[in-house]
Design a protein around this ligand. Structure first.
Ligand code: SF4
Ligand code: SF4
Length: 387
């Protein structure tokens, strides 16, 4: 076997290992292999092969598997961490668990484009990379559509990817009306933080980086339709330390974080919180500020690639007698939950509402309030027609 063939054989094994580490069931396609070739050299490939049976390992386990010294493990893992393939932050007790990251959600893709767009000749290279990711996502969407009926029962039982953290002020700085749901026994429920301030206040380590979705779409020559701010992708705690250490973003203090969150709200962005282990009752590790046009939280669903699965504690309520049918909420809603009816009154579809409050924030008539109550939003990907 030639060296090239041997490398390819190993790369295919690595592709399978990386796919197993994530939540999206990719296949080992030519596109997937092309993407890996962009990042990985022989040394990287050899190192990742050690994760064949477990995607997370401590130093001792890795030493046993790889027969490498601790120093060599550290060096090789660090090299892969900089490429967005390995998470290598020590826990609060100082123990490092090396975790292999998936290619997308949350892994190589996100860290690559969080870093900003390289200038000069490198830009073209990254444009090519973005096109490869777009191809991979299209192929994935096609396979989901092909297996649609078999996948729906699996999707139905998946945990929420994250949750919307609502805005509570309208664009005049007034409080949005909150409707208390009398049927709820709120005392019985320990809710995750419902305000971005609460999340920020919990952490000493906060990092901000570029919005990877907007950067990715810029590289595809699809600039953000609302020209939303770029530097507003937050990580917290261990994730923040990882981002700062590897240059994916920078450290900021609580005041700076709060200002960026407020600017994001003003720009009409939606706070989406993500938690450790995809468990909304565990600590948040990141908050994205999503626009309707670029964010893959909404785009991948709209494209027919993934379901929309989020948790929320709010539901928008529209007072139709106050609505003047301006359509602002229809335009702003990230999940297309609102339509104008025949009388030109806004109507919201409860199933699609992730309780982000954006409709309420921008309604010029103050016609939209938010009703409390924990819900799981599940909307399957649209079924597309392929010939
Ligand atoms: S933004 Fe307010 S007034 Fe305009 S359509 Fe929506 S609910 Fe009606
Ligand atoms: S209707 Fe749309 S914009 Fe309004 S809270 Fe629900 S998801 Fe957000």
């Amino acid at each position: 076997m030639s060296d090239r063939d041997l490398f390819l054989t190993k790369l295919k094994k690595v592709a399978k290992i990386i796919i197993k580490a994530g939540v999206l069931p990719f296949t080992v396609s030519d596109t997937f292999l092309e993407l890996l070739k962009f990042y990985l050299d022989e040394e990287d490939v050899e190192f990742i092969l050690n994760f064949k049976h477990r995607s997370s390992m401590n130093t001792e386990q890795l030493k046993k598997n790889s027969k490498l010294s601790e120093e060599e493990i550290k060096r090789k893992a660090e090299k892969l961490a900089k490429k967005g393939f390995i998470f290598n932050q020590p826990s609060s007790s100082g123990i490092i668990v090396y975790r292999l990251l998936p290619i997308i959600v949350i892994g190589t893709f996100e860290y690559t484009f969080m870093n900003g767009i390289p200038e000069g000749e490198e830009t073209q290279k990254y444009k090519g990379l973005a096109k490869l990711y777009a191809k991979l996502i299209d192929e994935f969407r096609n396979s989901v559509q092909k297996e649609y009926d078999n996948l729906i029962p699996i999707f139905k039982n998946q945990p929420p990817f994250g949750r919307a953290v609502p805005v509570f002020e309208n664009s005049n700085g007034e409080q949005i009306e909150i409707v208390i749901n009398q049927e709820l026994d709120v005392e019985q429920t320990v809710l995750p933080s419902q305000k971005v301030e609460e999340i920020i206040n919990k952490f000493d380590d906060i990092a901000v980086g570029n919005c990877f979705c907007r950067n990715y779409h810029r590289l595809l020559d699809e600039p953000c339709e609302i020209n939303a701010p770029l530097e507003c992708c937050f990580t917290f705690g261990k994730s923040a330390r990882h981002v700062i250490e590897h240059g994916f973003g920078k450290r900021i203090d609580k005041q700076e974080a709060l200002k960026i969150m407020r600017d994001a709200e003003e720009a009409g962005l939606i706070h989406m919180a993500f938690h450790n282990g995809l468990d909304i009752y565990r600590e948040e590790n990141s908050v994205c500020n999503c626009c309707k046009c670029c964010s893959d939280s909404f785009n991948l669903w709209r494209k027919g690639a993934v379901p929309l699965i989020y948790s929320t504690n709010y539901l928008s309520m529209i007072k139709q007698e106050v609505c003047i049918g301006c359509g602002t909420c229809v335009e702003r809603c990230p999940t297309d939950a609102i339509e104008l009816n025949e009388e030109s009154k806004a109507e919201r579809n409860e199933e699609y509402c992730i309780g982000c409050g954006i409709c309420s924030r921008f309604c010029p008539e103050g016609a939209i309030s938010l009703k409390k109550g924990m819900r799981r939003v599940y909307v399957p990907p649209p079924r597309l027609n392929y010939n």
